[in-house]
Design a protein around this ligand. Structure first.
Ligand code: XMP
Length: 522
């Protein structure tokens, strides 16, 4: 679904992917400037690139070294196509290397913030407040030692004398940045990309969520033709939006299956049923809690839990598919952060957790995947949900992992522990809603720790379980900060949990950011 030739009514920026974990973020920033972006592998042929009639080309960052053995192949001729090119980080180094500049090992590798001093505030760096240096995000080991002939340096940092450059010959219109304008930490990053997309490339800002929706619906229709389709509904906004898109494309030929795997939150199944009904989905609810819990047994390893749940999930879907007749497709609400954190592309984004709906799919699966949201970030999916007219409480719902409470119970998943966690979690979420804090955080939940601690209740010694509360703020789930919830609120929630949840005598609050921690505890 990624490489979609877009209707010619939109101008397109082609992004060549050299393997950076930020490549999709570039695509997203281009979308935010209301221009259609198309991601292609760095190795895409000139013909493929040309066939999309790009108004400009962006070369992404990447983990390789320009002279290293594992450097990606790419067509250097894109530099002679007459359309503007922007090289970012590794993309800058390949341009410099290809055109006769010298790229060498930086004496000091730069990771994180650096202060950029602009030397030429015309075109690319135009309109920024550049009297003083401003923060940019660096992530590189190599740097440009000597400019290629015909280039001039336009900005510097302490460790990169050539932190940005451009071709002097205006006809070539080649621009390069050593830093990452696409990440939120780069001050003016969005403006720099907009300068490139709008001013330099002249791309018209016509792309909207509405146009994406229309194209996605058409895509699904074209892909599945007259076939029947299954949708794996998880209860979250992602699969619901993916289902709603597919439903608009093929109506009743879509069967939505919701598997109650026994590790859902309190009242979740009832709430979902209401939404399915109101959307007139053709849906089935499969009660499979016993099957999942039996398969999990005493497993405590997080990755094993994910794999077990993933396997059960697919097995049930396959058997559902058999009862519907010939079904070839499965719709899933996979988002971009799930993809990037599950698959180790060409190196940089090492596998952190195998999110079961992507990385854990067994090879034997016989259904082809349709993932209309694979390029998007969470807040873009919410905007899409709004466009589709889904209810607010569904759209604003916090993300919930596919393996559910199983990865929020550290250690073995048992019915008792599930009940404890469910109750504690429900109290936390209820109180966040009651205090108007639910929408202030990206995700909030309770975890059950695999330890017991001593307490005292009514003069009696207790030796019971510990609940951890986690609430984070985030833009896309790829990085996160712990939410600074008011102490009085936390005290109130803690009180309620200890008083109301049988078997819990202690509540702790998680004050870790991602990285180095992750959002979930497992
Ligand atoms: P982490 O814990 O990796 O979570 O910082 C990032 C986001 O992904 C969700 N998550 C998952 N989602 N299957 C999913 O569908 C999984 O196995 C899984 N693990 C984490 C997590 O809730 C957060 O929103």
């Amino acid at each position: 679904m990624i490489e979609r030739p877009m209707a010619s009514c939109h101008d397109t920026i082609v992004i060549l992917d050299f393997g950076s974990q930020y490549t999709q973020l570039i695509a997203r920033r281009v979308r935010e400037s209301r221009v259609h972006s198309l991601l292609l592998p760095a190795s895409a042929s000139l013909e493929t690139i040309r066939s999309n009639q790009p108004k400009g080309i962006i070369l992404s960052g990447g983990p390789a070294s320009v002279t290293g053995a594992r450097r990606p192949k790419w067509s250097k001729d894109v530099l002679n196509e007459g359309v503007p090119v922007l090289g970012i980080c590794y993309g800058m180094q390949v341009v410099a290397h290809a055109l006769g500049g010298r790229v060498g090992r930086a004496t000091q590798r730069e990771f994180g913030r650096a202060q950029l001093l602009v030397q030429d505030g015309s075109d690319l760096l135009k309109g920024l407040d550049t009297h003083d240096p401003f923060s940019v995000w660096m992530s590189h080991g190599d740097r440009i030692e000597t400019l290629p002939p015909g280039f001039t340096s336009i900005a510097r940092t302490a460790n990169s004398p050539i932190a940005a450059m451009k071709s002097v010959n205006r006809r070539h219109r080649l621009y390069c940045l050593q830093f990452h304008p696409e990440v939120a930490h780069t001050t003016h990053g969005a403006q720099i990309l907009q300068n490139f997309v709008h001013q330099i490339c002249g791309a018209r800002p016509t792309w909207t969520m509405g146009s994406f929706l229309k194209d996605s619906i058409e895509d699904v229709r074209q892909t599945v033709k007259g076939e029947n389709v299954l949708c794996a509904l998880s209860g979250g906004v992602d699969s619901m939006v993916a289902a709603a898109i597919t439903h608009q494309a093929i109506g009743k030929r879509l069967t939505c299956v919701f598997i109650d795997n026994g590790v859902m939150r309190k009242n979740e199944v009832t709430q979902l049923k209401k939404v399915f009904r109101s959307r007139h989905f053709n849906y089935r609810i499969v009660r499979a809690a016993d099957q999942f819990l039996a398969a999990l047994g005493r497993t405590s390893d997080p990755e094993k839990k994910r794999k077990i749940i993933g396997r059960q999930f697919i097995k049930i879907f396959e058997s559902q598919a058999r009862t519907i007749g010939t079904v070839r497709y499965l719709v899933q609400g996979t988002l971009y952060p799930d993809v990037i954190e599950s698959i180790s592309h060409q190196g940089p984004s090492a596998t952190i957790k195998t999110h079961h709906n992507v990385g854990g799919l067994p090879a034997r699966m016989k259904l082809k995947l349709i993932e209309p949201l694979r390029e998007l970030f969470k807040d873009e999916v919410r905007a899409l949900g709004k466009e589709l007219g889904l209810p607010d409480e569904m759209i604003q719902r916090h993300p919930f992992p596919g393996p559910g409470l199983a990865i929020r119970i550290l250690g073995a998943v048992t019915p008792d522990r599930l009940t404890m966690l469910r109750e504690a979690d429900a109290i936390f979420i209820d109180e966040l809603n009651a205090h108007g804090l639910y929408g202030e955080v990206w995700q909030a939940f309770a975890v059950l720790l695999p330890i017991r601690t001593v307490g005292v209740m009514g003069d009696q010694r207790t030796y019971e379980h510990v609940v951890g509360l986690r609430a984070v703020t985030s833009v896309d789930g790829m990085t996160a900060d712990w939410a600074q919830l008011p102490p009085s609120f936390l005290a109130h929630v803690s009180n309620r949990i200890i008083n109301e949840v049988h078997g819990v005598n202690r509540v702790v609050y998680d004050v870790s950011s991602k990285p180095p921690s992750t959002i979930e505890w497992e």
